[in-house]
Design a protein around this ligand. Structure first.
Ligand code: GTP
Ligand code: MG
Ligand code: ZN
Length: 360
């Protein structure tokens, strides 16, 4: 194994050369458990802790080492523990908002190329939630792919995939079964040396089972879903980066209970405020920054002030958000329908009661 197997390349070497403190060797964070890290150095997996200064200002909570990060570690101390001196600037950061007033951003994994958003065909299949995941993934800078797992449990997958694909147009959707070995070859295109893929989704959808399939043996613990409601048992308890013998890296994550998201409208502005600052200068106030003359955003990309990657992420997210708006409409409609159902049920009850009273 080498660092290259873990995704190290010239770009990272450059980032290392430019790091303010690069005394030590590069390594990739493969797991984190209560501030105990495991990192891979190209030769071995070693235990590490983050240097004390990383826990204080000017460093933010979100800048602490996370699974997927490239870090600089120094020699191991007497107890065989290395110190993480710094984190190299991330290529992508997948984070979510968590409840609570203070530290409300939680970094889940970093430097991802692709995220497999895993769901099943059953009760867990929730298009609106898939869209929320997609928006998060796109904003992180990674590419989303939707996987509907356990396809062996449904008779006809095509109509479901088709109608979902109609709603979610620019993200590929695959039906797979790790158990019956169906559709897995479609996923192989994402697995390549140095490429990092994280798996996200509710507990019990089969994330660890999928990873075991690509590893080739039962590396990760899996457990059956609960009989009474088909819910998972939160078997995977921490995030872990797994090296595939065939090349490529998969990150297993614990099933998410609740994916708390931003209030959509203001977050697009917040997370891309740099672009909005530039957009003020556009000739047209409703500029889409795609083809319009006098567009300050296009000009900034051309002059190199704004990276192409950033504007692409912005465009992708904007597109995805238009789906989210549609989702809101659907939800409003459903709420309305539910309300009427309740009303008519109540009416039926009253009628029955009335009849009953009459009989007496
Ligand atoms: N029928 C069927 N069952 C599957 C398939 N893949 C996984 N399972 C089962 O689903 C259950 C849950 O699988 P896991 O891989 O533990 O699910 P997970 O997403 O990792 O769950 P957490 O770790 O709790 O987040 C296990 O009993 C698996 O055997 C499949 O393709 N078909
Ligand atoms: Mg698991
Ligand atoms: Zn513009």
């Amino acid at each position: 194994m080498s660092l290259e197997d873990y995704g190290w390349d010239e770009t990272w070497a450059e980032k290392l050369a430019q790091a303010e403190d690069n005394r030590g060797i590069p390594a990739r964070v493969i797991s984190e458990h209560r501030s105990e890290y495991k990192v891979h150095t190209g030769k071995a997996d070693i235990s590490a802790k983050a240097a004390g200064r990383l826990y204080h200002a000017p460093f933010k909570q979100t800048e602490l080492p996370a699974v997927g990060d490239w870090v600089v570690v120094d020699d191991t101390d007497v107890r065989g523990k290395a110190t993480i001196r710094g984190v190299l600037p991330r290529k992508s950061t997948f984070s979510r908002k968590v409840a609570g007033k203070n530290s409300n951003e939680q970094v889940m994994a970093t430097n991802l190329d692709t995220v497999w958003i895993v769901s099943t065909f059953g009760a867990d299949l929730n298009p609106a939630r898939l869209e929320r995941y997609i928006a998060l993934v796109v904003e992180s800078g990674a590419r989303p792919v939707i996987i509907l797992a356990k396809s062996d449990l449904v008779e006809l997958t095509e109509p479901i995939i088709e109608s979902l694909q109609e709603r979610i147009q620019n993200v590929p959707i695959y039906a797979v079964s790790a158990k019956a070995q169906i559709g897995l070859s479609n996923l192989r295109q994402y697995i390549a040396p140095g490429q990092t893929i994280a798996l996200l989704g509710s507990s019990g959808v089969g994330k660890s089972t999928l990873i075991n399939h690509f590893v080739g043996h039962e590396l990760l613990h899996t457990a059956s879903v609960r009989e009474k409601d088909g819910k998972g048992r939160h078997t995977t308890t921490h995030r872990e980066l797994i090296f595939l013998p065939t090349g490529g890296l998969l990150i297993d994550t614990p099933g998410m209970r609740e994916l708390q998201l931003w209030r959509r409208d203001d977050n697009l502005d917040k997370s891309f405020s740099d672009i909005d600052d530039i957009a003020v200068e556009c000739r047209f106030s409703d500029c889409s920054h795609e083809t319009e003359p006098g567009c300050a955003v296009i000009a900034a990309v051309e002059s190199g002030d704004l990276s192409e990657e950033r504007i692409n992420n912005y465009m992708k997210l904007k597109k995805e958000l238009s789906y989210l708006d549609r989702k809101t409409d659907v939800q409003a409609e459903q709420a309305e329908r539910k309300k009427w159902k309740a009303v008519s049920k109540e009416q039926r009850r009253l009628t029955q009661q009335h009849k009953g009273n009459k009989k007496r």
